[in-house]
Ligand binder design. Structure first.
Ligand code: EPZ
Length: 431
């Protein structure tokens, strides 16, 4: 089974280029089938979740053509099935974006119910509330969620909780509804804005994305477009935390600094020096002692829940006591026990982690419990004394393109191995 193996202790230095945002890309790919014209999407991250979504689109009859590793052409005119089966939704929850896209375009859609996942129960009641408000009948049974409508009619929808997925799914269905839809308490994440911009480039009429009130004037049909995915704010934040935890000096390129403001603010509080450029952020933590601080995850522009494990690793190496409060998901501290094997001193009470910083971590064998926690354990391994191996790296490969190559590019002693022989070879090489 593939593992990452790394030897810690080297401050990461140099320049890393950030890929397109996974969580924007997954929604854009689903929305791309809402026209019968051809859509070209550029700057796609070359990650497993994107590949799964593209396969799901082909499975229902859509045409997918890779122009290169990061660019695809999609044409939804040949879609023949309106049902996305369990195989895809089991692999990526985001397949449920096909529900909003197919319902919007064909007024009928069926998708396997997404199961729970490592970080929490992940309900979709708000998605269903939105579809029903637009006039769709929604049935759940036999592991499927089916939605259909004679016609979708614009309405006023208030989301009881801020939900990225529900905001995007409802946005897609409303884009081709009759009349005006207002979504209140909408999510403001950059990838919500990216989906709205993408749909507008296809002829939709969406205003207010990025605020908590989004107004959609439904249109008859959408046309083709060429669109480039925004940079991944979570991949960028992950490398920023890697620079901080290893006392390095890293220039993180191809980013939108505004999208990183919460992460930047917390790393500044932790004592890092941060310089912002137009499309890059430099994080320097050379010869500094990391300082403790308090973090609470919140919907954008608050501190991202997807950055919680990575920031916790930085604070676990700070000189003092920090707290990390996870307010979005109920089970996002599964990495704490793994980190304890490396010497971290963290205690979780309800949804708060109390972190007492330690001088250093020591290398150990750990396993990734989920995507972002897996990336956080790699950061810990790069900061630790000695050798660390991280198992279950398939989680990490879902959302980070060329993760170990990019880390090697800034000086990390890390390799992906899939045999004990290769593992021993690496250990011999670095010892
Ligand atoms: C998206 O998940 C992201 N995934 C997650 O990233 C991210 O953590 C999350 O947004 C929050 O930013 C993708 O974009 C593919 P939500 P999503 O709906 O849309 C509750 C990663 O690591 N809720 O904003 O599923 C829910 O339980 C992944 O890349 C309902 O109660 O998140 C949670 O407490 C992990 N009912 C809160 O809202 C609903 O119908 C926020 O969830 C929907 C959500």
């Amino acid at each position: 089974m593939e593992q990452y193996v790394m030897k810690g202790g080297t401050p990461l230095t140099g320049t890393v280029n950030i890929s397109g945002a996974k969580n924007a890309a997954l929604a854009l790919l689903a929305a791309a089938i809402m026209t019968d014209d051809t859509v070209t999407i550029e700057n796609l991250p070359d990650v497993r979740d994107v590949k799964v979504m593209l396969t799901a689109i082909e499975e229902i009859g859509g045409k997918v053509e890779y122009l290169d590793k990061h660019t695809v052409k999609i044409n939804g005119s040949s879609i023949s099935a309106l049902s996305v089966d369990y195989e895809y939704i089991k692999k990526i929850r985001a397949s449920y974006y096909l529900l909003g896209a197919l319902l919007g375009k064909y007024k009928k859609a069926e998708v396997a119910l997404p199961g729970g996942c490592a970080i929490g129960s992940r309900p979709i009641d708000l998605h269903i509330k939105g579809f029903k408000a637009l006039g769709a009948s929604v049935d759940i049974g036999y592991g499927l969620i089916s939605a259909q409508a004679q016609s979708l009619v614009g309405t006023h929808i208030y989301l009881d909780k801020v939900s990225v997925g529900a905001t995007i799914n409802i946005l897609m269905a409303a884009a081709l509804a009759e009349g005006k839809t207002t979504i209140e308490n909408a999510a403001k994440e950059p990838h919500v804005v990216d989906v709205a911009n993408f749909l507008n480039s296809m002829g939709a009429n969406i205003r207010g994305a990025g605020t908590d009130v989004i107004r959609v004037q439904g249109v008859e049909k959408l046309h083709g477009t060429v669109y480039s995915v925004i940079p991944d704010q979570i991949e960028a934040g992950t490398f920023m935390c890697a620079a901080a935890a290893t006392h390095g000096d890293v220039l993180v390129k191809n980013v939108i600094p505004k999208h990183l403001e919460a992460t930047t603010a917390k790393l500044l509080e932790a004592g890092c020096e941060i310089i912002e450029y137009d499309d890059a952020v430099r994080v320097c933590a050379k010869d500094i002692e990391l300082s403790p601080t308090q973090v609470t995850t919140l919907p954008y522009p608050g501190f991202p829940t997807d950055m919680q494990p990575q920031m916790a690793v930085v604070l676990a190496l700070a000189s003092g006591t920090s707290t990390v409060t996870e307010s979005i998901f109920e089970n996002r501290f599964k990495y704490v026990d793994e980190l304890a094997r490396m010497g971290a001193n963290m205690k979780v009470e309800s949804n708060i982690a109390i972190i007492t910083g330690v001088e250093h971590f020591t290398g150990a064998r750990v396993s990734a419990p989920d995507l972002r926690a897996g990336a956080a354990l790699v950061i810990a391994g790069l900061a630790a004394d000695g050798v660390t191996t991280v198992d279950d790296i398939h989680f990490i490969q879902r959302g980070y393109e060329d993760f170990e190559e990019k880390l090697r590019g800034i000086g990390a002693a890390i390799e992906k191995v899939d045999s004990d022989h290769d593992l021993q070879k690496f250990i011999l090489k670095v010892s």
